[in-house]
Ligand binder design. Structure first.
Ligand code: DAV
Length: 375
């Protein structure tokens, strides 16, 4: 058996071992306080819930398998989760919901920081038991790597106290934007909440998007849990649906980040990047006007890339402008068809979770500039 090591400190050092999700049994969850957040008003998903049509699951799985093969052909070890039947009710002492979600996007729940993989305390009730799909892998890593730290953030209770009631009633896009800028989100500060995909790992610094799925208490918990790291809060006022940082603010290699031009990082929060010689450039526009049918995410999955190393990157095959920009920035670009997988939980970055990248815990921000730190 291959020796197993769990270690990853960022999204761009040479990738050696990764988890790629699976679409099996994925459901559109019924409405609940936090998910209304994610479904745009004019979405074709309104009023629909239950198992996704089988032919869409098969097409998504074909693309996920192709991604896994592409990575394996480059010598990267790929593991897959074990889907459970997501079309089951979840009942806890605090809430119940009639279906779960899926395990296509491992990035949302698994946060790899160095030798640790931490299961996130997610705010969607339908995602409460999603970590179970990764349990067989975690158990195996625990047995194979004596230094692997298998961790779980405090399980949230997700009572009604964790959500502002009526937050989405009659809400317009303008009002959404106003609330994003004012840091007024559907999740309250009742208990620590975060999705792993809201956390951008850059060596000793963790940049967390404060938004619909991650609250300030979640960041405080992360700071105490990782006392040797510096945890920062960032937010992107142009985003009416601020969920996950990986279609908004994406580092490509040391010193270079692409930022969604519609979700610009505010000047005050850019200082720490400028003050440490990091360049932030606008991401290329998406090639599509609309996301595919029954998709939660925006067209900006165009910038949700999976980086193989400082010179090589996987991007979605039809995203011609993004492919071209990456080429211009000096990357070898591997086009990967993925639009059939998008509706199952996102793009190439969402659909993966790091197990091993070669490299250490660098200090990319020796000049700490006040304004973003959590204490
Ligand atoms: O732009 O819809 C998608 C991120 C999914 N992890 C967006 C964000």
């Amino acid at each position: 058996m291959a020796a197993t090591t769990i270690c990853s400190w960022n999204d761009f050092d040479p990738l050696q071992h990764v988890i790629v999700g699976r679409a099996d049994h994925t459901c559109i969850p019924p409405s609940e306080p936090a998910t209304e957040a994610k479904v745009p008003k004019d979405s074709d998903m309104h009023g629909l819930w239950g198992p996704r049509p089988l032919e869409t699951v098969e097409r998504a799985n074909a693309e996920l398998d192709n991604l896994a093969n592409t990575l394996e052909q480059r010598g990267i070890r790929v593991d897959r989760p074990t889907p459970i039947q997501w079309n089951q009710a979840v009942i806890t002492p605090d809430f119940h919901t009639t279906a779960m979600f899926g395990c296509m996007p491992p990035r949302d729940v698994l946060l790899t920081v160095g030798r640790e993989i931490l299961c996130a305390p997610m705010s969607f009730r339908c995602r409460y038991f999603e970590y179970l799909a990764y349990h067989p892998l975690m158990q195996r890593y625990f047995d194979e790597d004596p230094l692997f730290r298998w961790e779980q953030a405090p399980r949230p209770r997700l009572t009604d106290a964790s959500y502002q009631s009526g937050y989405f009633d009659e809400i317009t896009i303008e009002e959404r934007l106003r609330r994003t800028a004012a840091l007024d989100f559907v999740t309250t500060e009742h208990e620590p909440l975060f999705d792993a995909a809201d956390i951008l790992r850059l060596g000793q610094d963790l940049f967390c998007q404060h938004g619909l799925t991650t609250n300030r208490r979640g960041m405080q918990w992360l700071q105490r849990h990782f006392p040797d790291h510096r945890v920062h809060s960032v937010n992107f006022p142009g985003d009416p649906y601020p969920i996950h940082i990986d279609a908004t603010f994406v580092p490509l290699r040391p010193g270079l980040i692409i930022n969604n031009p519609q979700r610009r990082l505010p000047d005050e929060q850019r200082k720490i990047f400028a003050g440490n010689d990091w360049q932030i450039v606008n991401a290329a526009p998406p090639a599509h006007q609309q996301p595919p049918p029954l998709c939660y995410s925006s067209v900006w999955l165009s910038m949700n890339v999976l980086i193989i190393d400082h010179k090589t990157v996987c991007a979605e095959a039809s995203e011609v402008y993004q492919l071209e920009q990456l080429d211009r920035l000096g990357f070898e670009v591997i086009p990967v068809p993925f639009r059939h997988a998008y509706p199952f939980g996102g793009g190439l970055h969402c659909a993966t979770a790091d197990v091993l990248r070669r490299g250490g815990c660098d200090d990319f921000f020796p000049n700490q500039i006040p304004g973003t730190r959590i204490n």
